[in-house]
Design a protein around this ligand. Structure first.
Ligand SMILES: O=C[C@H](O)[C@H](O)[C@H](O)COP(=O)(O)O
Length: 226
């Protein structure tokens, strides 16, 4: 699957998931290029009269939703019925997220949702997760967390900005360590170990999160409950 086929597959999956949104509901708006397609599709539905409110998971998701005219709310004011979000990798119900550094707020919103619809292209599906795990850390915790990740068997790398000499700063003002653990046959244990480290705000292992998976193929969308 080349790049343009992947983009088409992402879009197909996201637009199909957006069709699952019913009027009168509150929707978690995921981040990244695939979720962006879902937000835009939802925007078109709102234009056509659908009554929904969105809870954005990032600066990016909020900007697109505002642009699309989707009414917004917060977790303080509403319960989330359903969230639509992308993933960097998926194995069963487990995900690696945070390629765009949005995983902390995504995890809050996705966990609060009654149902999480994960939208991906087929290259994201794996048997065992092995993508580097993004770990958002308070700036003061960067070195102690990196050392601890090393003791857990991972190789941490500070995420650096493309067009600035310096680190990527998350929407929450923190730093991101991309931590390569190789294959992760026990994401439950690793997730607990990472969560226990002082200074870790959130990591990108979403264990047991996916309720429904929408995989865009070259011509269609496969939907399943893992
Ligand atoms: O921080 C970013 C999010 O977790 C994204 O949902 C994830 O990286 C997938 O992004 P994309 O749909 O652009 O591949």
């Amino acid at each position: 699957m080349n790049q343009s086929e992947r983009e088409a597959a992402k879009r197909r999956a996201a637009e199909r998931a957006a069709e699952a949104v019913e009027g009168g509901t509150v929707v978690g708006l995921g981040s990244g290029s695939t979720a962006a397609h879902a937000i835009r599709a939802l925007g078109r539905e709102v234009d056509a009269g659908l009554d929904v409110q969105g809870v954005p998971t990032s600066f990016q998701a909020r900007e697109i939703a505002v642009d699309e005219g989707i009414p917004l709310t917060t977790l303080d004011e509403a319960d989330v019925d359903l969230a639509i979000d992308g993933a960097d990798q998926i194995a069963g119900t487990d995900l690696v997220k945070g390629g765009g550094g949005a995983h902390a707020r995504e995890k809050i919103v996705d966990a609060a949702a009654d149902r999480l619809l994960v939208v991906v292209d087929p290259t994201k599906e794996v048997d065992v997760l092995d993508d580097p795990v993004p770990v958002e850390v308070l700036p003061d915790a960067r070195t102690p967390v990196a050392d601890a990740v090393g003791r857990l068997g991972g190789r941490p790398e500070l995420r650096r900005a493309d067009r600035k000499s310096g680190p990527v700063v998350s929407d929450n003002g923190n730093l991101i360590l991309d931590c390569d653990f190789g294959a992760m046959p026990d994401p439950v244990g690793l997730a607990a170990d990472l969560s226990a480290l002082p200074g870790v705000v959130e990591h990108g292992l979403f264990v047991g999160f996916a309720d429904e998976v929408y995989v865009g193929t070259e011509t269609d969308v496969t939907v399943f409950e893992p």
